[in-house]
Design a protein around this ligand. Structure first.
Ligand SMILES: C[S@@+](CC[C@H](N)C(=O)[O-])C[C@H]1O[C@@H](n2cnc3c(N)ncnc32)[C@H](O)[C@@H]1O
Length: 90
């Protein structure tokens, strides 16, 4: 976390595997508001709690329920994801 915080204001898209309720997401976003997150967890309740956080912003965090060990790769992670991100950015 300290290392990531040293990257303050570097623009990056973070693929957050096993985001839980956002206990890493929100501190990282606070340390660097330029970050964007694609965050998933197989625990639907955790994702819902993450999305209910007062700092949740769907323009910055794409959070969804997914278990890569079982489920197909969702469309939002297929090639072209960067295009979608650029659409959000501009
Ligand atoms: C140690 S917690 C970390 C949560 C969060 N990243 C944090 O920093 O607080 C690990 C998370 O990974 C999730 N997880 C474990 N296996 C998973 C899988 N196969 N697919 C998606 N999420 C998974 C769990 O539900 C849990 O929320």
């Amino acid at each position: 976390m300290t290392h990531c915080a040293s990257l303050a204001y570097v623009q990056a898209l973070v693929l957050e595997v096993g985001c839980g309720v956002g206990n890493s997401t929100y501190p990282l976003l606070e340390s660097n508001p330029a970050l964007r997150f694609t965050s998933f967890d197989f625990a639907a309740t955790a994702v819902e709690i993450l999305k209910q956080h007062p700092q949740y912003d769907s323009n910055k965090i794409d959070a969804f329920c997914w278990d890569p060990a079982v489920d197909e790769i969702p469309e939002r992670l297929q090639p072209g994801m960067g295009e979608r991100e650029r659409e959000i950015e501009y």
